[in-house]
Design a protein around this ligand. Structure first.
Ligand code: NAP
Ligand code: MG
Length: 482
């Protein structure tokens, strides 16, 4: 029998009045229930928002360095529990141990980073036009921030919203994804133990359409930050703006890597394989389109297939590539394999459930490569969210760029080339929030901004970096004459 985790509201761990729970199964061993969480009601969500509203004035008045001290202490507690958190992340979400450890470390680093920012930020002093005046800005918190997060980076994404929100003096209600809420609850535990005042953070688990909707619609919420699918995010954006809130949505991707004729096919295959198959392809920035010059096509495909077939698949605690998070995500990937074949693409690697004894019952899928893909095909247009890459052949750089931009999404894009002019045209002309030269599409630094173009983002505010604090901040301009 696994534990049942309670909601965290007003500094207390409380049960939902529904008496219902959500079971989280281990996607590598689905018969194993990892934990249970509250399947909360609208009333539970309201209680979370009210607690955040009650705590808002005191937290806003708490000096930045003191807010930073609490974030730093929480980071230290998370660091002390890194192995335990990594195991929980692997058990709930399924990614491989090394990937999960890296993600937990990222969350720790984010809290340390914004602990410093909490002390540093505050406003800007400007030269006044008259001699007896102080002219300056004061940065104030927006108020109550509602954060809604996806399962695929279940600790890093809550961290990269929560740390700047708290650093800037906002109080928070958080709804983590139902598929893997455990590590977000552990952030709450660390902040609680670090001395975060009651009500400053409230975490309510439960379905998005119940808890999320109440967060978005409640009058006391001032800002909504959502990361997840474009389908849900666009609805959330409309709901939140209709109710007058500041809103940021970071959504899906269909990320390309261009392989130019000057590229080393082996190096390009390393970058595409890592971007496409890392974290089982379940990254918003995963490479799902390799746009390859015909002169290097055959060699590149051979190298890519070689990498796909050498990946060790099995439970993430012992293998290189873990399962998909759920049966429905696995089925969605397998459906795209059928769709691609029906549309005339050629399956050159994977496409099914692996046979090895390590993968008997979990939601495992083979790394999959399709060639003969046209840009109009569904696997070249729609986010698959599994380890599947579509190889699209092109005959020159202009065609490569046109294909790269020929999607509704624009999150991350990369090029592998030795041609500096091509690289620079790509940087300027790629319709994408992140562009990389001689790199994979995945992997982000925490001290630079992140966000998408087109359907990948509301394009309102950026996350991470100093820009990540702007969403949680409102500026007041002071003209002080003496
Ligand atoms: P999702 O299905 O859109 O869910 C995201 C969050 O929204 C979950 O907490 C979900 O709750 C909640 N939700 C669902 N319906 C809602 C509603 N009607 N109102 C309010 N909230 C609602 O996304 P996911 O499957 O968790 O994550 C995968 C997606 O996230 C992919 O599309 C990926 O590209 C995207 N993503 C984007 C970024 C980025 O920064 N651009 C980063 C990571 C992932 P439940 O869990 O209870 O359903
Ligand atoms: Mg989903």
């Amino acid at each position: 029998m696994s534990d049942t985790t309670r909601n965290y509201v007003s500094g207390q761990w409380i049960e939902s009045a529904t008496g219902e729970t959500i079971e989280v199964e281990n996607p590598a061993r689905p018969s194993e229930v990892v934990a249970r969480y509250q399947d909360s009601s609208t009333e539970d969500a309201t209680e979370g928002v009210e607690a955040a509203a009650d705590a808002a004035d005191d937290w806003a008045a708490t000096p930045g360095p003191e807010r930073g001290r609490i974030l730093r202490e929480a980071a230290t507690l998370l660091a002390e529990r890194k192995d335990e958190l990594t195991d929980l992340l692997v058990a709930e979400e399924g990614k491989a141990n090394a990937e999960a450890g890296g993600e937990v470390q990222r969350a720790i680093d984010i809290f340390y980073h914004f602990a410093v920012k909490a002390a540093e930020r505050g406003g800007t002093v400007k030269n006044p036009s008259s001699p007896n005046q102080n002219l300056y800005t004061i940065e104030e918190p927006v108020g109550v921030a509602a954060l809604i997060t996806p399962w695929n980076y279940p600790i890093a994404i809550p961290a990269w919203k929560l740390a700047p929100a708290l650093a800037a003096g906002n109080t928070v209600v958080l709804k983590p994804a139902s598929a893997a809420p455990g590590v977000a609850m552990e952030i709450a535990r660390a902040l609680d133990e670090a001395g975060l005042p009651d009500g400053v953070l409230n975490v309510v688990t439960g379905s998005g359409s119940v808890v999320g909707t109440e967060f978005i619609e409640h009058d006391a919420v001032d800002a909504v930050s959502f990361t997840g699918s474009s389908e849900v995010g666009e609805m959330v954006y409309d709901q939140a703006t209709d109710s007058g809130k500041r809103v940021q949505t970071e959504l899906g991707g269909k990320n390309p890597t261009i392989v130019a004729d000057s590229a080393d096919p082996a190096e390009a295959a390393d970058l595409v394989a890592s971007g496409a198959f890392g974290v089982t392809g379940q990254a918003c920035t995963a490479c799902s389109r390799a746009i390859v010059h015909e002169d290097v096509l055959d060699e590149f495909v051979a190298e890519l297939v070689d990498r796909a077939e050498s990946i060790d698949i099995g439970p993430g605690d012992e293998h290189e590539m873990g399962p998909q998070v759920s049966e429905s995500e696995l089925e969605s990937t397998l459906d795209y394999v059928e769709v691609a074949e029906a549309e005339g693409a050629t399956l050159v690697s994977g496409g099914g459930i692996p046979e090895s004894s390590a993968v008997e019952s979990g939601y495992f899928v083979e790394p999959t490569v399709f060639t003969d893909v046209d840009s109009e095909m569904r696997i070249a247009q729609e986010e698959v969210f599994g380890p599947l890459v579509a190889v699209i052949a092109v005959s020159d750089f202009d065609e490569a760029l046109a294909v790269a931009n020929d999607v509704e999404y624009g999150l991350a894009a990369s090029i592998v080339t030795d041609d500096h002019t091509e690289a620079n045209r790509f940087v300027r002309e790629a319709e994408s929030g992140v562009v990389k030269v001689n790199d994979k599409t995945t992997g982000l630094e925490l001290h630079v901004p992140f966000g998408g173009f087109k359907r990948s983002s509301s394009e309102t505010w950026r996350e991470q970096g100093d820009e990540g604090l702007d969403f949680y901040t409102i500026e007041k301009t002071v003209y002080d004459n003496y």
